[in-house]
Design a protein around this ligand. Sequence first.
Ligand SMILES: [Mg+2]
Length: 420
Amino acid sequence: MISDRRAFLKMVAAGSVAFAEPCRLAAAALRNKVRITDVKCMIVRGTWDWNLVKVETDSGLYGIGEAYWGPGIKDLILRELKPAIIGEDPLNVDKLYTWMLMRSAGAGAIGGQTVSAASGVEIALWDLAGKILGTPVCNLLGGRFRDRVRFYRTLQLPHGNIADPVAWRDQVAEARAEKWGWTAFKFQGNGIPPALDPQFKEPGHDRFTRNLTAKDIREIVTAMDTVRDSLGPDIPFAIDFHWAYDLHDAIALGKALEHLNLMWMEDPLPPENPEPMAILARSTSTPICTGENLYGFQGFRRLIEAQACAGVHIDIPKSGGLLESKRISDFADAYYIFTAAHNPASPVGTTASAHAAAAMRGFRIHELANWIDWWPDLVMRDGPFWQDGYFTIQDKPGLGIEINPDVAKAHLMPGETWWG
Ligand SMILES: [Mg+2]
């Protein structure tokens, strides 16, 4: 045995000599640090106005990312965040993310557009780090718990008369027929009744009141009974309520939906106050999932500590990027609260978000919201985006995707230029 061990150690020693030269060269390359030379942003008009980000370096390597959609993000990136990271080593991702928030808001931005803008840059830094180190981004976040990330498909309100069960059945049939093989879905609940529509004059409703009448609950349950009937008993689905109700009515609604065994009831209450959300969560067996309007670890902390939901719904390119979202997810997991990902992003933000999801122990399912035909074509990637409803993490450096210039240029927001 001892001689076996000696032989083994000799073999390792010989191997380490063989590895010494490449290791020395890699170390030398890392000592000659890559430096950030530019940060660029362009807005592509997809399902929303996607804010795409590029971080360039003096090595010729660059990273791409995406910040949550919406106006103002590009200005923040170019005017406030870019000066904070020019000349820096892109491998110090956490430091650069922290400094971007500190520099733009004194003690550090805690929410809103600045955090979303920094999230987009943070994602581009991870892509770049992966390219420099020659490894997929998920490996830099602790490695993957899973090679495939399950997605759910979100549908908007069906066209036509939503009081007609046929509209819902048709929508379910269409979604199930999509070639990606979805195994879970989300439907819209708070458009029934359309309380935000100024034309909606039914007593008990105006644009601001959070009232949910007995008739409203009946109509929601009737529509969702049709969805359950169309999907069968075993296919999971969630319902999104877009922060529309007050506590008492949300409890009544949650109870009225219990027989449907929902994947979750999403955002029945406004997002800011975890105490009523905790009361709701204890009042019904319908799982509550919330969080797409919260920012960063501190934004989620009280919600998780109060055990106010079954799942946190993190928008990763909005809420702090990949590492901050992993922190949130790991904290939620300590309370046995699952993580899901909210996602209206382009394939860039979606791919990044899926890498983070692969590295989160408690991750359950990822969203794909509104769809347009050229969505997958915006990036070049080997193979289909999804198979059997799962996104596969590829063994390629960084995020493993590149933006297709022809497709991006064809859909730039008016006034935008290619990385202009
Ligand atoms: Mg939602």
